[in-house]
Design a protein around this ligand. Structure first.
Ligand SMILES: [Zn+2]
Length: 462
């Protein structure tokens, strides 16, 4: 008789989406985990196969790899409803950028905690974040158990002056910020049993001088980490780069010698053919934030991006942390743009937000699939819901019908981080209260900057 194999965790499922290249979906399945690794994923074996320390049953559940968010700002939720309408540029520059300058470390910490909570509850198991206070985000990710690539937002202009079209690059600010970015990578890279990876984050093509872009490249190479930058995000950015350098923003980065396969570019919304050609020829990775683009009334040329062979994955950008919303917005927008219902399929959307996003982050060998030898990063979805039945176990069943609130279990690096929708490492009540506490000060700030605050809404009577 064969002795049962000792494992740490057995996760069962009525339906398993391993996200392998053969697109197979397995019914009545199970996933066996030892430490942080998947040691088996496939049809249920004989019940004497495993000696598991813990079992998560799979009745009425689908299991798939956790979603990978290849461009996020966990703490940016502070601007929810403040820069959505009119976000084509005005509110971003006049409200958000000016408000950011006055937000304290403690406030960013409180926002980041709720952002991380929101991401885990929505089904993300990995994020790629660039923002202020990366140290506090890393701390929270370690506490909560979320896998994260994190960069400090490095720039050398006064973001709060950009709404006046004032670009004053300061080399002192550049050195100071780049140093903090480098120190962050040195201190936090590998923390949390490998959950945290550092990146260097030159914020955007126009908010860093040429010298800063090049120095960021040099430092990232020394540290052997990737970089993360916003490119061709707004018409203003493109106009500034064109007026100064006579080329589009991606060609500009190519001429600086800083494009390579370790760089993740977010947006490419206003990228032209020459920009896309430059990105493709240097093997740059691309984060496609499908929820924010329709909201701003513009959409990147994703068909051309795909045709040129640029590796891209789905992302959320800021304020919205919902991978299901990201998939459906991409499905709707790409089909409308193409005028074809086959332009982007539900299967592509699910691969786009798991395995392809993992490729964007250089993690294709370890996450994004439920496969033997991969890291145990997976989620369980409750499929016994009025909006999901009858569940025919297709890719379409998840891509069109599942909701973030259906994610009931999250396992990251082999550890259960959410059970029955309770995120174990974060006290949800306290986290929400901490954010509510900041409403009076923030409302005042947003109002002064032309935000959309309704004074009567604050529970404190503000
Ligand atoms: Zn962004």
């Amino acid at each position: 008789m064969i002795k049962p194999r000792d494992i740490d965790l057995l996760v069962q499922a009525d339906v398993l989406y391993p996200m392998m290249s053969n697109e197979e979906i397995i019914l009545n399945a199970e996933v066996a985990i030892i430490n942080d690794q998947i040691v088996y994923a496939g049809p249920k074996l004989n019940n004497k196969s495993w000696n598991a320390k813990e079992i998560i049953l799979g009745d009425g559940k689908a299991v798939m790899p956790g979603f990978v968010n290849c461009h996020s700002h966990a703490a940016s939720l502070v601007f929810r409803s403040q820069s959505d309408d009119g976000a084509g540029g005005k509110a971003l520059y006049s409200v958000a950028f000016r408000a950011e300058a006055t937000i304290t470390t403690e406030q960013w910490r409180d926002f980041a905690r709720v952002g991380v909570l929101d991401m885990i509850k929505a089904g993300f198991t990995t994020i790629n974040d660039i923002w202020y206070e990366p140290e506090t985000l890393a701390e929270i990710c370690v506490e909560a158990g979320l896998r994260a690539q994190i960069a400090y937002k490095v720039f050398d202009v006064c973001l709060e002056d950009l709404y006046l079209n004032h670009y004053n690059h300061s080399s002192k600010t550049a050195d100071m910020r780049l140093k903090r970015g480098v120190d962050f990578v040195k201190k936090w890279g590998g923390a949390g049993n490998g959950l945290i990876t550092g990146r260097i984050g030159p914020h955007a093509t126009d908010t860093c001088s040429s010298e800063l872009h090049q120095n960021a490249y040099i430092e990232a190479k020394k540290l052997k980490v990737g970089r993360h930058t916003h490119a061709a995000q707004s018409a203003g950015e493109v106009a500034y780069i064109r007026s100064k350098y006579g080329v589009g923003p991606v060609v500009y980065l190519q001429e600086l010698g800083v494009l390579d396969q370790d760089l993740v570019l977010a947006h490419l919304t206003y990228a032209d053919q020459a920009d896309l050609k430059a990105a493709a020829s240097e093997g740059v990775k691309y984060a496609h934030c499908s929820t924010i683009y329709p909201r701003r009334g513009v959409y990147p040329d994703i068909i051309e991006i795909t045709k040129k062979g640029i590796q891209w994955g789905l992302a959320t950008d800021w304020m919205m942390n919902d991978p299901f919303e990201a998939m459906r917005n991409a499905l709707n927008a790409i089909r409308l743009k193409q005028g074809k219902h086959t332009a982007y399929t539900s299967t592509e959307a699910l691969f786009g937000s798991t395995t392809n996003s993992a490729k964007v982050l250089g993690l294709e060998g370890s996450i994004g699939k439920v496969q033997e030898g991969f890291k145990a990063d997976l989620i369980q979805i409750d499929i016994n819901q009025p909006h999901l039945v009858p569940f025919y176990a297709e890719y379409a069943s998840i891509a069109y019908y599942a909701r973030a609130s259906d994610v009931v279990t999250s396992i990251i690096n082999g550890k259960i981080v959410m059970k029955d929708r309770v995120v174990i490492g974060i006290d949800e009540t306290k986290a929400l209260e901490a954010v509510a506490k900041h409403i009076p000060t923030l409302s005042d700030k947003m109002l002064k900057l032309g935000g959309a605050v309704h004074p009567g809404l604050c529970p404190c009577g503000f």
